[in-house]
Design a protein around this ligand. Structure first.
Ligand code: T4K
Length: 423
């Protein structure tokens, strides 16, 4: 049906609502039938891309010398640069961080049960379960979102062989407390540092703590190699074992001295990683500026708290995370997610619903949710917003304007969202 003005009736209906709820704003909300704020989807995790000319040069060299993988010169250079930067003895580059986790777990002979947070990406738990090790989920500290050391000791049993902690969003775990617990109970201590490349703890770079730490260079990470990961450690024996395991256990052309898999990083990945590493200062500065923009433009909004970083920890600011108090903001985290997605702003609910609520863990450990009150609460409250070198200051202002508008008109916005709300 078309109206006298030639506009479809539905549009008329929406524009009436818009006028009613957006007087004087230039930002009609897309959920009300307005045009999405962004034509193209704005992603969380858009890759940072370093100097393309330098990358092309490296790729040409790789093709010219026809050495594509199997511990080639670029992989060795990448490992050397990372080890130097972090200040660790060994960096063993891998095809991704999940395989790096699996190999570190296996090389440390972990078995039985390992304690880890549930509030993480599912790969942290999969790396254990994949090897028939029981992941024992520990609650997080609600003020840091990292594993709570005060909750660990009562989870330790005679079957416990280690602790696998995660420096969530790049904010370091309480390493000293974790190391003390590990020492007291003779447990291995591993860190999933997938988010924490370049960050510090107590003046030292993350990567050199515990028995080993695992880095990710996935496309979505602050420094990427397309796909990629690494184990970093100061333990010579562990490093030697992981190097063997990464390459089927080959110690020579036809000598296999250990069980292994194929965990190798390719030369092309290493070239991407090395090139991006050369732009680390630019990426950090952009992320920091983006974070500041969000901070300024969301300031004073009731119920919306940006998770902050401590400059002394040299944060990489790769995640911009809002914690939403639905009572104060008048809208739930999921309502914000729906609202932003309609604007083509693909904010993410990392790490909803908590690994313990994903399969196979949900079925294997159905009681876990009763033991994880903080994880359960936080997983429903946090929303990760786009950042990185593909996001501009104008983009951030637009995103914040939409969030501010939604908070300031929460009753009316909630009414419209109700019909489409997630279950
Ligand atoms: N431990 C922790 C704590 C982790 O967070 C991760 C990975 C791991 C271990 C395992 O590391 P890796 O084995 O992956 O090295 C993404 C990443 O795939 C994953 O690496 C990352 N954590 C996790 C936090 O985020 P998804 O399922 O959200 O991915 P996806 O495909 O939805 O991509 C995220 C967004 O990025 C999309 O909106 C699109 C955008 N994107 C993605 C890619 C790949 C691009 O714009 N370009 C791209 O090339 O897991």
């Amino acid at each position: 049906m078309v109206t006298d003005s030639g506009k479809p009736a539905l549009d008329m209906q929406y524009s009436k609502i818009e006028t009613a709820i957006t007087p004087g704003t230039a930002t009609p909300l897309a959920i009300l039938g307005g045009t999405p704020a962004f034509k193209e989807k704005l992603h969380v995790g858009r890759p940072n891309i370093g100097d393309r000319a330098r990358l092309s040069q490296r790729i040409d060299e790789i093709l010219d010398c026809r050495w594509l993988t199997n511990n080639g010169p670029y992989v060795q250079e990448f490992e050397k640069r990372i080890a130097e930067m972090i200040g660790v003895k060994h960096c063993i580059a891998m095809c991704n961080a999940t395989v790096a986790l699996e190999l570190a777990i296996r090389a440390l002979d972990l078995s039985g049960e390992v304690i880890l947070p549930s509030f993480t990406f599912v790969a942290t738990a999969h790396a254990l379960q994949w090897q028939q090790i029981t992941p024992v989920f520990c609650d997080i500290d609600p003020s840091t979102y990292n594993i709570n050391p005060r909750e660990i000791e009562h989870l330790i049993t005679p079957r416990t062989s280690g602790i696998l902690a995660v420096h969530l969003w790049g904010r370091p775990c309480p390493i000293a407390e974790l190391q003390a617990i590990a020492d007291r109970h003779r447990l291995s201590l591993l860190f999933d540092a997938a988010h924490a490349f370049g960050c510090r703890y107590g003046g030292r770079m993350l990567g050199g703590f515990g028995n080993a730490e695992i880095l990710s260079f996935h496309a979505t990470k602050f420094i990427n190699s397309g796909e990629g990961g690494a184990v970093v450690t100061n333990d010579d024996e562990l490093a030697a074992k992981i190097r063997l395991m990464r390459n089927f256990g080959f110690s020579d052309y036809d000598t296999v001295t250990h069980i292994g898999i194929n965990g190798k990083m390719t030369e092309l990945s290493a070239a991407v990683g090395l090139t991006n590493l050369e732009s680390i200062a630019d990426f950090t500065n952009t992320n920091r500026a983006n974070f500041e923009h969000y901070r300024i433009h969301l300031a004073g909004l009731t119920g919306i708290d940006l998770i902050t970083y401590d400059e002394r920890e040299n944060p990489n600011y790769q995640y911009v995370v809002c914690r939403i108090n639905s009572t104060k903001a008048g809208l739930s985290r999921d309502q914000f997610a729906d609202l932003l997605h309609a604007e083509n702003i693909l904010a993410r609910r990392y790490f909803y619903p908590g690994v313990h609520r994903m399969e196979p863990y949900r079925s294997l450990y159905p009681h876990a949710r009763f033991l994880l009150p903080n994880t359960e609460a936080v997983a429903k409250q946090v929303l990760v917003l786009p950042t990185g070198t593909s996001v501009t200051a104008d983009d951030i202002e637009t995103i914040c304007r939409i969030i501010r508008y939604a908070v300031e008109n929460c009753d009316r916005v909630a009414g419209v969202l109700k019909a489409t709300q997630r279950k």
